[in-house]
Ligand binder design. Structure first.
Ligand SMILES: Nc1ncnc2c1ncn2[C@@H]1O[C@H](COP(=O)(O)OP(=O)(O)OP(=O)(O)O)[C@@H](O)[C@H]1O
Ligand SMILES: [Mg+2]
Length: 514
């Protein structure tokens, strides 16, 4: 009996202590209720304080983004599966906008739009959280784009040169090497100090894995960051992916670094946005896209910039990708994106299926600001190349029907075919500036005209090693040089001729006519 009384006294004393320690501060929570939920969106009522793009917290821990503010209700995109959310359930306002972690610790990682790891590792170290929506750098904070961004692809670097801070659209039909071009550009940064951020939106997980594997095998993965909202991720996360990726990239730009941001792809991003907008019952516009589809993409791409020296001089180059249907560049989303960017690399399915890879259609591709940044040695060679190539394409159409041609025309056509062969390039084999200049010199000096077409690949592949031995000066070019260094032209041509001769000889020995 006594022990029970003692127990009771002890319990009362302990409870008194607990109650005395508890602070009874009033806490203010904005609480609302779920009216409707499903398909990645929810409608919420009773949160009149909510701001645009504020994060809302649902009972099951799912976060949502308030994107549609009405007088009575709020339309919210869910950033999670949301299977635990019920109609009538509680929603809390957080007073914060959607943010992503930024910092050096993210490099080499694969994360989702909220910075959660997808590579099986620990949560990445980060410096701070930054809002995923940020204003683009102001006009006075920007500088001219003057430094080239080498992709290592001759067709791009020679014909459609890119500059650091530029926005260039990669556009083409399904499965004809859009990702491959961006991927080669990332891989080529292994020989520069550029940081690469790859944002995958609505892609198959296997396709994303292939990109990551390629960068790990051929590139510099420690300077790359992958932000992934794959096809089966909640629509809200897919939608947020390019903004988060841009915020993560911007952090490095603001620290004075050069960053390459690949957004793969904005057509899928537009489709996800259309999906959630229709579910939120926003009025559909052209092709059922919501009216602000142009604005959300321009707001994103305007954040690519070259900063002024006072702001650290960093740069953010954006390579958004867009998919066309049957080569139709004049569809709604492609025309939007073309008008937002500083040029486009157009891929032609016909070229791709003729095995001309990368299938860049030089005629329909432009780079509006990159030309000024192109290495002058390369520029001198590529200007005549573009003209000769255009001439050849016209001539080729005429001769397609078996027209007899004179000797001069035949030579022009043979030369043109060499140009086309030189512009083809295997994946994951970026060329240095020296190799590109050497290849174009070989074309300009007609070194390749007598070489069988099928040996051009071998010529390109063997070029680096050959020059390293016979003419190392040609590989030591830098982008600032206005011409080949004194006395290099002769030895370079001799080395190129010797390589062509050795390949011709090899072809002869193999019993093929040279
Ligand atoms: N230069 C190249 N040389 C050889 N193969 C290439 C080249 N470029 C692309 N390919 C191949 O073409 C296929 C399609 O390329 P990729 O996935 O880059 O196309 P995509 O346009 O991004 O496709 P999707 O529309 O599905 O995103 C891949 O198998 C790739 O390996
Ligand atoms: Mg792709």
């Amino acid at each position: 009996m006594t022990s029970l009384a003692e127990d009771l006294r002890g319990w009362i004393a302990a409870s008194r202590r607990r109650v005395a320690a508890a602070s009874l501060e009033p806490r203010l929570d904005h609480i609302g209720r779920v009216l409707q939920v499903g398909d990645g969106v929810a409608t919420v009522a009773g949160l009149p304080e909510t701001r645009l793009d504020e994060l809302l917290l649902f009972e099951d821990g799912t976060r949502g983004l308030a994107v549609d503010l009405g007088e009575e209700t709020i339309g919210c995109i869910l950033l999670g599966g949301g299977t635990g959310i019920e109609a009538g359930g509680i929603v809390k306002g957080t007073g914060q906008v959607a943010s992503a972690p930024v910092g050096e610790g993210l490099l080499g990682r694969v994360v989702d739009a909220l910075g959660r790891p997808l590579d099986g590792g620990e949560a990445p170290d980060f410096q701070r959280m930054a809002p995923v929506e940020q204003p683009a750098p102001a006009i006075v904070d920007r500088a001219l784009v003057t430094v080239p961004l080498a992709t290592g692809l001759l067709a791009v670097d020679a014909m459609i040169p890119l500059g650091r801070g530029q926005r260039e659209l990669i556009i083409g039909d399904r499965g004809i090497g859009k990702t491959a071009i961006a991927l080669d550009a990332i891989i080529n940064q292994r020989s520069s100090d550029v940081i690469s951020v790859y944002a995958a939106i609505g892609q198959k997980t296997s396709a994303v894995a292939r990109v990551i594997d390629a960068v790990k095998t051929y590139g510099a993965p420690e300077r790359c960051l992958f932000v992934v909202g794959e096809a089966d991720a909640p629509a809200g996360l897919q939608w947020l992916t390019p903004y988060s990726a841009c915020t993560m990239a911007e952090h490095f730009m603001q620290a004075g670094r050069d960053v390459l941001l690949v957004i793969d792809d904005l057509t899928k991003h537009a489709a996800v946005y259309r999906q959630v907008s229709l579910l939120l019952r926003r009025p559909p516009g052209r092709e059922a896209y919501p009216g602000d589809i142009f604005y959300i993409h321009s707001r994103l791409l305007e954040r690519a910039a070259k900063l002024s020296p006072e702001r650290g001089g960093g740069s953010l180059t954006a390579l958004p990708i867009a998919e066309t249907q049957a080569g139709n560049m004049s569809a709604y989303i492609p025309t939007n994106l073309i008008s937002i960017t500083d040029g486009q690399i157009y891929l032609d399915p016909r070229l791709f299926y003729e095995d001309q890879k990368p299938a860049v259609d030089i005629g329909k591709s432009v780079s509006r600001v990159g030309g000024a940044t192109q290495a002058p040695v390369l520029k001198a060679l590529s200007e005549s190349l573009r003209l000769e190539y255009a001439q050849f394409l016209e001539l080729e159409v005429f001769t397609r029907f078996g027209t007899m041609v004179d000797e001069r025309t035949r030579k022009l056509i043979e030369h043109g075919r060499r140009i086309r062969a030189v512009l083809a390039q295997a994946q994951y084999a970026p060329l240095s500036l020296g190799e590109q200049v050497a290849l174009l010199t070989a074309v300009a000096e007609s070194v390749l005209d007598e070489l069988p077409l099928e040996r051009i690949d071998a010529f390109r592949a063997g070029l680096g090693a050959w020059l390293a031995r016979d003419c190392p000066g040609a590989l030591a070019l830098d982008a600032g040089m206005t011409a080949l260094p004194e006395g290099l032209a002769g030895p370079l041509k001799a080395a190129l001729l010797a390589l062509a001769d050795s390949l011709k000889q090899a072809a002869k020995d193999a019993g093929r006519p040279a």
